[in-house]
Ligand binder design. Structure first.
Ligand SMILES: NC(=O)c1ccc[n+]([C@@H]2O[C@H](COP(=O)([O-])OP(=O)(O)OC[C@H]3O[C@@H](n4cnc5c(N)ncnc54)[C@H](OP(=O)(O)O)[C@@H]3O)[C@@H](O)[C@H]2O)c1
Length: 338
């Protein structure tokens, strides 16, 4: 048995999560059964969807129970194996959550190919968020050369990949992010225009930046950004709905008038396609293409990535709280062990 430190859901947030919603525990891992591996967490991914898991509101995944380990994707190394396909020292992608050690069925992990890139990229640009960008943009957004693609949360792992893949496909990329530092980074990595959604005249700036309108709005955030984008959508625009982070901490309907009629009206008069998706629906057909193509783009420097690495499992709650407020700058990962 090995001691594992873990962080569990202590209570459900009412609005933004607070440190008291999390509790740290130390437990012994269970005895290793045949077909299982004992793993040690190297990197833990922190992602916006975890906010949904903390709540009982209807979603695409069942909520965590109170007392359950916070869920999450991890890069782990195998300490001990009772499975013929894995051995001690293997580095694998797992879903062991916010804990330092775990015992899991070997069939639930995927061995990572050797790479010169940091292991953490398997949780970001070459992992789930990168795949959400790739699949959502190419399968639903379908940008054509010369079209305009807009995306918010644009310095995060999804948004930055969306904007850069759009450029590779010959489209014009408009990146929206919070604050001057993030906006400057978007310009540095080749976005055609970069805007701060916190600027008081953001909607006017956006309209000026897209003189030919918007053909693809990759929806990551909802809220005020979506309201500014919708009047600018072109005929036959496509809107992949990937996430709505502006509302994840909401406790009720947003203030102001009912915006649904105006939203439907725009969809009608511009023949807009709006399609929600979860990245895993595309995995069976697209994941190998994604790994190959994205791997090449990253290696060639055509897709750049940024990681925000915090150290130590105990830093996870505060870092996660910050993610929902835009305090992260790039893909947020926790370095749990060397
Ligand atoms: N459908 C799927 O399969 C799938 C898969 C992965 C991710 N997602 C979704 O994709 C979105 C991006 O995820 P990510 O991992 O790349 O996150 P991320 O960009 O690393 O982090 C979230 C960012 O959202 C922005 N944000 C927060 N509140 C906002 C608001 N009110 N208005 C505008 N922006 C706000 C902040 O950036 P700024 O400081 O720039 O505002 C924050 O840094 C999320 O909605 C997530 O749930 C969906």
């Amino acid at each position: 048995m090995t001691e594992s430190m873990r962080i569990v859901l202590a209570s459900r947030p009412a609005g933004p999560p607070i440190p008291e919603n999390f509790r740290t525990e130390t437990v012994d891992t269970p005895a290793l059964q045949p077909g299982h591996v004992l793993v040690r967490t190297l990197f833990l991914s922190l992602d916006p969807y975890m906010r949904g898991l903390m709540s009982t509101a209807e979603s695409y995944a069942p909520p965590l129970e109170i007392g359950q380990v916070m869920a999450g994707a991890t890069v782990v190394d195998v300490l001990e194996s009772r499975d013929p396909l894995l051995e001690a020292g293997d580095i694998v992608l797992a879903f062991t959550g916010w804990q330092t050690h775990a015992v899991v069925p070997a069939q639930n992990v995927r061995k990572l190919e050797p790479t010169t890139l940091p292991l953490s990229t398997a949780l970001g640009v070459l992992g789930m968020p990168g795949f959400a960008a790739y699949a959502g943009l190419l399968e639903i957004g379908k940008p054509s050369p010369g079209e305009t693609v807009a995306v918010a949360a644009a310095t995060g792992p999804v948004g930055s990949a969306v904007g850069q893949i759009a450029k590779i496909k010959g489209a014009r990329s408009i990146g929206i992010a919070g604050g001057a530092r993030k906006v400057a980074y978007l310009r540095e990595i080749g976005f055609d225009a970069a805007l701060d959604h916190r600027a008081p005249d953001f909607a006017d700036q956006l309209a000026a930046a897209v003189p030919d309108g918007i053909d693809v709005y990759f929806e990551n955030v909802g809220g005020a950004v979506a309201q500014a984008v919708f009047p600018l959508l072109n005929k036959y625009a496509r809107v992949p709905i990937c996430g709505m982070i502006a509302d994840y901490n909401a406790t009720g309907s947003p203030p102001g008038p009912d915006r649904l009629p105006a939203f439907y009206h725009r969809i009608l008069i511009k023949s807009v396609t709006v399609r929600g998706f979860l990245q895993d629906e595309f995995a069976p057909t697209l994941y190998p293409d994604f790994l190959r193509e994205m791997g090449e783009w990253v290696a060639e420097g055509r897709v750049r990535y940024l990681e925000d690495v915090v150290t130590g499992l105990d830093a996870a709650p505060e870092a996660f709280i910050g993610l929902l407020e835009g305090r992260n700058f790039g893909k947020l990962v926790v370095k749990v062990a060397e």
